[in-house]
Design a protein around this ligand. Structure first.
Ligand SMILES: *[C@@H]1O[C@H](CO)[C@@H](O)[C@H](O)[C@H]1NC(C)=O
Ligand SMILES: *[C@@H]1O[C@H](CO)[C@@H](O)[C@H](O)[C@H]1NC(C)=O
Length: 167
């Protein structure tokens, strides 16, 4: 009996999938002259970002808002939002939390500097996959994620992501 339960649990866990439908980013022209945000992988589960940074960035503040909806006919509702110090996160991310799992998934195949200021130059993030960091309690839903990045109080980057968590 317990064995069956364990198998059912693993089965469910393995079936928690994430598929991205739309990935957009807009960076102010004074900050970049080339930035691409693309969805990859056969299951559209990977995210790729490449940019050439033209100015040094310091005092980074990040705002994330995650909205969900359960049917296409309804509108998105805020699930949660948070503002944090980007410079602190890249230099001393705590380990073993859901946030650190997501962060590690983002920087795994990236040349992102690990401290501020972020110098001019090319930065890439390849094959970001947050699927494994999804906790089991996350419901199957359509997702809308907005990220705003500020440096010295100026908005320099907008990212929006739409996707779906599928059982
Ligand atoms: C970010 O989005 C807002 C509203 O959608 C827009 O007004 C602003 O210009 C955008 N910022 C950048 C850096 O693209
Ligand atoms: C990223 O994923 C694609 C498709 O799965 C693969 O072909 C490529 O080698 C991967 N690149 C890196 C840097 O992991």
């Amino acid at each position: 009996m317990i064995l069956i339960l364990i198998q059912v649990f693993h089965y469910n866990e393995a079936k928690r999938r994430l598929r991205w439908d739309c990935f957009d980013c807009q960076m102010g022209p004074q900050y970049t002259d080339r930035m691409t945000c693309q969805i990859g992988g056969t299951r559209r589960t990977l995210l790729n970002v490449e940019l050439k940074l033209l100015t040094e960035l310091d005092q980074i503040k990040v705002y994330i808002k995650i909205s969900t909806r359960f049917k296409s006919s309804t509108s998105y509702r805020k699930f949660f939002d948070i503002t944090f110090d980007g410079c602190r996160v890249i230099s001393d991310m705590d380990h073993g939390t859901m946030a650190s799992n997501v962060f590690n998934a983002v920087v795994k195949s990236s040349n992102q500097p690990r401290k501020c200021p972020i110098k001019e130059g090319s930065i890439y993030y390849h094959n970001i996959s947050v699927e494994d960091a999804l906790p089991m309690f996350v419901p199957s839903a359509q997702l809308f994620i907005q990220l705003d990045f500020y440096s010295r109080r100026q908005l320099y980057l907008n990212v929006s992501l739409r996707g779906e968590i599928i059982e």
